[in-house]
Design a protein around this ligand. Structure first.
Ligand code: PGA
Length: 250
């Protein structure tokens, strides 16, 4: 894992957005598709604010551009403002399509948690990632407890897309950030890509912003081998992971 410190968060967002844009552009210029793994939560929003106009104004033909999201809550409809589907519509998919109509909404993927059969949906999602040729670059945030996607502590390193329960710490954090502090409104379950699924991405960019992530990042960076206590530590097994952080002295 390579770590990049950029103290100025705005500059970090611009740097990462530009990096992702260049990776997409390089594939599309060679007539190769590009599949971007998208994350939700507060961390990637500043990057999306930069990346969407870059892609939008690029003049690139985005018909070979695909996205797969990491996870979705169970129990919120797609139209619920706190669903990750709605979050992506608002912050990425619709604004990009408006700027560049070659971007196809049918090329976006997020687990469909409205289904009667979530286990089947997990298999379908895994299959769709494979059929699409895998993920070229996966964006990740990290939870204060070390989770990636909704792979909470205790998740196996070879886990696949599945129904997971969201633990109390994560629900509390998300309640404060997105549900006006009301933990009873935060779903208890989600469909999440597994750690094994994430590790198959050809490249991973993890972003850790702000002091609330210092403790977990310090623990993570001091590890020499993965532990189920810190799901993000399985990234130690991945050959092409970069961590961007705005925290100095780590
Ligand atoms: P955050 O969440 O981006 O809102 O900090 C990160 C995560 O839980 O993965």
């Amino acid at each position: 894992m390579q770590i990049v410190h950029i103290a100025d968060t705005t500059k970090l967002n611009t740097t990462v957005a530009r990096y992702i844009f260049d990776r997409i552009k390089s594939n599309l210029h060679q007539n190769r598709p590009f599949t971007l793994g998208l994350a939700t939560g507060s961390t990637p929003l500043g990057i999306y604010r930069e990346l969407v106009p870059l892609l939008g104004a690029s003049g690139l033909d985005l018909s070979g551009f695909y996205t797969f999201n990491l996870d979705e809550y169970i129990g919120l409809t797609q139209h619920h403002p706190n669903s990750y589907h709605a979050e992506m519509m608002t912050n990425f998919w619709l604004p990009l399509q408006k700027l560049n109509p070659t971007f196809k909404l049918e090329h976006t993927h997020i687990p469909d948690t409205s289904t009667q059969n979530p286990d089947e949906e997990c298999k379908t999602y895994e299959h769709a990632i494979q059929k699409n040729g895998g993920i070229d670059l996966q964006i990740l945030g990290i939870g204060t407890n070390g989770h990636i996607a909704f792979n909470e502590p205790g998740s196996r390193g070879d886990s696949r897309t599945r129904v997971v329960s969201i633990n109390e710490e994560t629900r509390k954090v998300n309640a404060d950030k997105f549900f006006a502090g009301d933990i009873s409104k935060v779903p208890t379950h989600a469909i999440s890509m597994g750690i094994g699924t994430i590790l198959e991405a050809r490249e991973i960019v993890l972003i850790a912003l702000g002091e609330s992530k210092r403790e977990i990042m310090t623990r993570l960076l001091n590890l020499v081998e993965p532990t189920e206590n810190i799901p993000a530590s399985f990234l130690l097994q991945h050959k092409n992971t970069k961590i961007y952080t705005d925290m100095s002295n780590m």
